[in-house]
Design a protein around this ligand. Sequence first.
Ligand code: PRP
Length: 207
Amino acid sequence: MQQLHVSEHPLVKHKLTALRATSTDHRTFRELVRELSMLLCYEATLDMETKPKQVVTPMGETTGAEVKETIGLVPIMRAGIGMTDGIMELLPSVQVWHIGLYRDEETLRPVSYYNKLPQAPTVQVCLVLDPMLATGGSAIATVNILKEWGVARIKYVGLLAAPEGVEAFSSAHPDVPIHVAALDERLNDIGFIVPGLGDAGDRMFGT
Ligand code: PRP
């Protein structure tokens, strides 16, 4: 589990607590997901590569920095979509490649329904976005797709993880770091994270 990064940021803890509350309405839920995603993206991109860049200021000239890599955001639909907008605003050079997967309610296995990746990779780094790492099936399948696409550097950014999901994901993809706001207790018998926050997609979109 050495690739697991659980945020210790006080703002993350504060906002996640509000997100969990049953009393939080859909609109506030979406705002909190957006804000949490930006905070987690900050932590997940601390090792991003930069190159020197000259800049002229009103008082002279200095050498600054420019982000070197093109990042691909890969939201897993539906719930990953809510994590995308805020992060897009933070990153200077970004592409968004949606992956459509849903979890079969009986088998809990991911079923693919959308993938429009072009043949050759167009980004150097991918951030897989999905609020919930439950059994880990959806995240594992998405990283399989990205590795087949040819992307070498991949990170997972989510809000909540269950130990079962972290275990499965880490064995399938030990090279892919996991960044989350919290590691919860367990999965219940219908595959929901406990104590969790319910169904992220439903709460986000009011369904
Ligand atoms: C939820 C969640 C993840 C997945 C996690 O999506 O948003 O994508 O389940 O579960 P796993 O780790 O066991 O694969 P869901 O299938 O409910 O689809 P939705 O986002 O369209 O609501």
